[in-house]
Design a protein around this ligand. Structure first.
Ligand code: PGA
Length: 270
């Protein structure tokens, strides 16, 4: 089954508008020089206040980036101080939204039912979703990684009307072991690949094998220019969700370049 590689840079709480504009402008000529870049999908995920600046710069410079948001509200509108709705994101031209990132789960205490509501809200309004899952170090040490991530997937997809949603187009999953995020400790590529195949089997049990085989599953957690090759060469890994390294020009360019090069030598995604 052919799946298009996706490299998504999650900027987290970094990059104001001026930094967003200059960073994207600096990447322009280098991105133009990357062979096969049109065969992979690339994305930046700035904070809310930099989304419009990013969109305008991407348009003005004809950059190959899709635009992602880091979060959305599960509500449409009303008395929800601090929230940003799916429609507000769509108005700016956002394509994707992260749901269930471990920092939202751990620091902002988003539970499975909030994540489920956000996923449904995003898909219902026409945003594509990158659904994140991943275990803590304690869960891994207890040998419970597989059941943990499968439960996260199952509860996130609970009650979703699969038939009316084109999930191969609109849903991406990211496996991000929490102990590997921002720590420099990368999950061994073959172990990440194993967990990702467990996730794909779980998706198959819920959605059917045909749909599960078309859904892209990314790895995230301390991905850099120096380790992307062994990650992207794994059979089940369809790209990377990159945090810290996506803020560094050399690193993100190296990650995109290696992924585009692997397009021709590895899985030959569509
Ligand atoms: P990291 O973050 O690449 O800095 O480990 C990944 C993420 O949180 O998506």
């Amino acid at each position: 089954m052919q799946r298009k590689y996706l490299i998504a840079g999650n900027w987290k709480l970094n990059m104001n508008q001026a930094q967003t504009e200059s960073f994207l402008q600096e990447l322009t000529s280098e991105l133009d020089a990357i062979k096969n870049i049109s065969h992979i999908e690339t994305m930046v995920i700035p904070p809310f206040t930099s989304l419009e600046k990013a969109k305008n710069t991407i348009r003005a410079k004809s950059l190959p980036f899709k635009l992602g948001a880091q979060d959305l509200s599960q509500y449409d509108s009303g008395a929800y101080t601090g929230e940003i709705s799916a429609e507000m994101l769509m108005e700016i031209g956002v394509d994707y939204v992260l749901v269930g990132h471990s920092e939202r789960r751990e620091i902002f205490l988003e539970n499975d039912s909030v994540i489920n509501a956000k996923l449904k809200q995003a898909l219902a309004k026409g945003l594509k979703v990158i659904l994140c899952c991943g275990e803590s170090e304690a869960t891994r040490d207890a040998g419970a990684t597989d059941s943990w991530v499968c439960n996260q997937i199952e509860s996130a997809l609970q009650g979703l009307d699969f038939n009316s949603l084109n999930l191969p187009q609109n849903l991406v999953v990211a496996y991000e072991p929490i102990w590997a995020i921002g720590t420099g400790k990368v999950c061994q590529a073959d172990e990440a690949n194993r967990v990702i195949s467990v996730i794909r089997n779980k998706l198959a049990s819920i959605l059917g094998k045909n749909i599960a085989d078309q859904i892209r599953i990314l790895y995230g957690g301390s991905v850099k220019g120096s380790n992307i090759d062994e990650i992207i060469q794994q059979s089940d890994i369809d790209g990377a969700l990159v945090g810290g390294a996506s803020l560094k020009k050399e690193d993100i360019l190296a990650i995109i370049k290696s992924t585009a090069e692997n397009f021709s030598t590895n899985k030959q995604p569509a």
